[in-house]
Design a protein around this ligand. Sequence first.
Ligand code: FEO
Length: 393
Amino acid sequence: MHARQISNGIRWLGAVDWDRRLFDSLIPLPDGTTYNAYLVEGSEKTALLDTVDPPLAETLLSQLRDVPKIDYVVSHHAEQDHSGTIPLVLEKFPQAKVVCTPKAKTMLMDLLGLAEDVFLSVADGEALSLGDKTLQFIHAPWVHWPETMVTYLPEERILFSCDFFGSHIATSDLFVTDEGRVFEAAKRYFAEIMMPFRAIIAKNLDKLAALDIAMIAPSHGQIYRRPAFILEAYKEWVHGAPRNMVALPYVSMHGSTRIMVDHLITALVAKNVRVEPFNLVVTDIGKLSMALVDAGTIVVGTSTVLAGPHPLAAYAAFLANALRPGAKYLSIIGSYGWGGKTVETLAGMIPNLKVEVLEPVLCKGVPKAETLQALDDLAATIAGKHQEQGFRE
Ligand code: FEO
């Protein structure tokens, strides 16, 4: 794709990665992604904001073919999907300085082997004049690494936010056209990489509140011409109380745990609690992560295997522990053949979760009447707790 103008003297560069289906060898990308870079041409200086993932470097380099000079390469974030092509850009424009936070400088030296003298470190709030355009740098740590920053361009009222506010959607649209689709993709993105840092992201949102923003240009996905849409969504995800909802990741080996899961779903629905079950054999962990943004309670359903939880259930517990969702309650249900330490093992895997553990329901073999009654009781307990807490629908 060619460079595309987004505003006066500002062009989108970058690459659409239509076929990518996994990020960081971990995160599903059902709709591909984009790596957005931006070229800001001032009356005196020119800056390139971020680059692209190295496998698509040639796309960016071809877009830069007719650009006579680059004075600055602004690196908002050291992760290689944005920084990885900086060395090739510097080969073409050896006079360019890499502009970044002091923390990013050391990380880029480590990750890309860049020499110390190519950098221009900028402090929080520092500005760089390009002549008739100004780049104002705002440190915004932990979106989602410690070194991140964003850039505000006051003359055009554009915020270049890198990963912050991004979404993984490969499309030929430059600007957001379908807010519903972007809401889901941006929420998935928030859940997968931003959720553990909600408290500091809230502070970053406060820092941005003073800016008059006409457009937010992230480094993944489309550009927001209605910034309030994504700013309000982030406020909800960061500050919103849990919902009257149970996230129920589960795995069943021979069907007994599945019977328990189905029974619990029915019991919860009867108590007016919404449930989102995720069969871990087939689930998209991005969808599970999104559910964890909202869930008031997490229930892990697992068969017992080799005296402990099924590895897929352990994976879900590990993921939830890493993402640090705001759920207030957790329980474990499942079936075992002869014994084991499923509950102890899973409970030991979630030290980051500030949850009250509700009485687990484990049964030997196929669930009998007393097990089904215990699941009814668990559903009633969850419904009561959610009501006490006033969780939102
Ligand atoms: Fe899009 Fe954290 O890199």
